[in-house]
Design a protein around this ligand. Structure first.
Ligand SMILES: Cc1cc2nc3c(=O)[nH]c(=O)nc-3n(C[C@H](O)[C@H](O)[C@H](O)COP(=O)(O)OP(=O)(O)OC[C@H]3O[C@@H](n4cnc5c(N)ncnc54)[C@H](O)[C@@H]3O)c2cc1C
Length: 451
């Protein structure tokens, strides 16, 4: 009789979940994907930029070539690619070899786990049995909540209150897709620095432009009290910006008038320390989320899926998908995975945290930043290069074609010198303005009212 195979239950069929499905398929590991929505690729009005680290893995999986015709190419050659988010999801789904393993309208409501296996229950009452549950279910993750619940029973205090209150938001984003406008060429991205807000414009293909208005919220909100926004809220932010010139003779109103879809959400930022407990592990936005300015969210979700499948494949009978590792072996593997992900993400979170605040600052500093922004031209590139150089790949599929070879990354030394110089410059400017502004004001007052 055939031995039962090791089975992974993936919760969420978005970027992390579908990428993991591809990785497991290529590793010969059994899996099933449960998605709460009926539609895997809804029109949410969002675009997505994949950086070379994400693209390289999709290329290994044979999906990048399939999407290539949709991509827009800029100074990074093929390696920096922007497209509509729903097109990426559509490709990830249609390229799956066995779509019968993806179950839509299957909202997960509970997970039970013991030493021998895992049971995942959906709202419609179906129970799926397996050996490992992977939460790829985004910010409001049920997998994460269930992991915390199980940990609280078995190891009280492991997940601290500080860890649980880590999700917070200081910025919101209105994002939309518009028909193309004259004045923004299809290789050109635009960043507009306003008072307490940033407008990012990225042409996707010949027939669409993705834009994002990032603004500061009135205060820092902590989950679960982070506000939800309506399209009415989005209008309140966008309509007053209609006459704002964002580039040459292009006004924001030109984009707004041509919008095909738009939406608004809080931009949460967090990185949890603990990504696994027992037979539950979380990846992607369920455990780590960065502001969209650095465009690393999706690429890091893809990397996490690849990193997990590398380790799983090694653990399960050297890639034959037949062995049943013990509970302790699974735990040790998940611990190594967790540690590797935290190491990988640390700098990316720091850079992204800085970037969103830098781009959406207000007052005198904002003006100074906006004037300076065009000059340290390589700063953005350096951040991107720094994030890409340490990237993970699938270690069981060979790299092909142009994957990383056409693009010479800066050496670590070069990158650090440039980044550090720039940070020092920005800090110096902040400190100088804090000292100089009061001195200047006192001097003006003195001129007005001499003693
Ligand atoms: C406006 C905006 C612009 C962005 N731009 C970029 C960009 O340019 N580049 C970039 O790299 N990143 C970008 N990001 C971030 C990127 O979209 C995310 O990091 C990425 O989508 C993470 O994917 P995920 O699969 O982990 O989670 P999600 O995309 O949130 O997917 C979670 C999935 O789980 C499902 N689910 C949730 N709960 C359940 C449940 N109980 N049962 C079953 N299924 C469930 C959901 O329906 C969903 O399909 C942007 C984000 C925003 C908001």
């Amino acid at each position: 009789m055939e031995k039962p195979r090791f089975k992974v239950i993936i919760i969420g069929a978005s970027i992390s979940g579908l990428t993991l499905a591809h990785c497991l398929d290529r590793a010969g590991i059994d899996y099933v994907v449960l998605e709460k929505h009926h539609d895997i690729h809804p029109q949410l009005g969002a675009g997505i930029c994949l950086l070379p680290n994400g693209v390289r893995i999709l290329e290994q999986l044979g999906i990048y070539t399939a999407m290539e015709s949709m991509f827009f190419t800029d100074r990074f050659g093929r390696s920096f690619s922007c497209l509509e988010r729903r097109d990426l999801l559509k490709k990830l789904y249609t390229e799956l070899r066995d779509k019968s393993r993806v179950h839509v309208a299957s909202k997960v409501v509970g997970i039970s786990t013991d030493e021998f296996g895992i049971s995942v229950e959906t709202e419609i009452g179906t129970v799926y049995h397996g050996n490992l549950a992977v939460g790829a279910d985004g910010v409001h993750s049920i997998a994460r909540s269930e992991m915390w619940r199980v940990a609280a029973i078995q190891e009280p205090g492991l997940i601290t209150d500080k860890e649980k209150s880590m999700i917070c938001a200081e910025f919101s984003g209105v994002f939309g897709v518009s028909n193309p406008i004259r004045g923004v060429k299809n290789w050109q991205s635009v960043t507009y620095y306003g008072e307490g807000l940033t407008i990012l414009v990225l042409p996707l293909r010949e027939n669409s432009v993705f834009w994002l208005v990032i603004s500061k919220l009135d205060r820092k909100y902590v989950y679960p009290n982070i506000p939800r926004f309506s399209r009415g809220d989005a209008r309140c932010i966008c309509e007053p910006l209609a006459s704002t010139s964002i580039w040459a003779d292009v006004k924001f109103g030109d984009l707004w008038e041509r919008r095909r879809a738009f939406n608004m959400s809080a931009l949460e930022e967090y990185m949890f320390e603990v990504w696994h407990y027992g037979r539950i592990v979380c990846i992607g936005d369920s455990v780590s989320k960065i502001a969209p300015n650095s465009a690393q969210g999706a690429s890091m979700a893809i990397e996490a899926a690849a990193g997990l499948s590398n380790m799983l494949r090694k653990l399960i009978n050297g890639g034959k998908g037949l062995g049943k590792p013990s509970y302790l072996e699974i735990n040790a593997m998940l611990h190594r995975f967790n540690r590797a992900q935290l190491q990988r993400l640390e700098d990316i979170h720091t850079d992204s945290h800085f970037l969103v605040r830098f781009q959406a600052s207000n007052g005198l500093l904002a003006r100074a930043y906006a004037c300076m922004a065009p000059y340290p031209r390589d700063f953005m590139t350096d951040g991107i290069v720094r994030a890409v150089t340490g990237a993970m790949i699938l270690d069981y599929i060979p790299l092909t074609g142009y994957s990383g070879k056409e693009w010479r990354p800066l050496t670590m030394g070069e990158t650090l010198v440039r980044a550090k110089t720039y940070y020092r410059f920005v800090r110096l400017l902040s400190v100088t303005s804090i000292i100089l502004v009061p001195v200047l004001l006192s001097w003006l007052v003195f001129l007005q009212f001499p003693i």
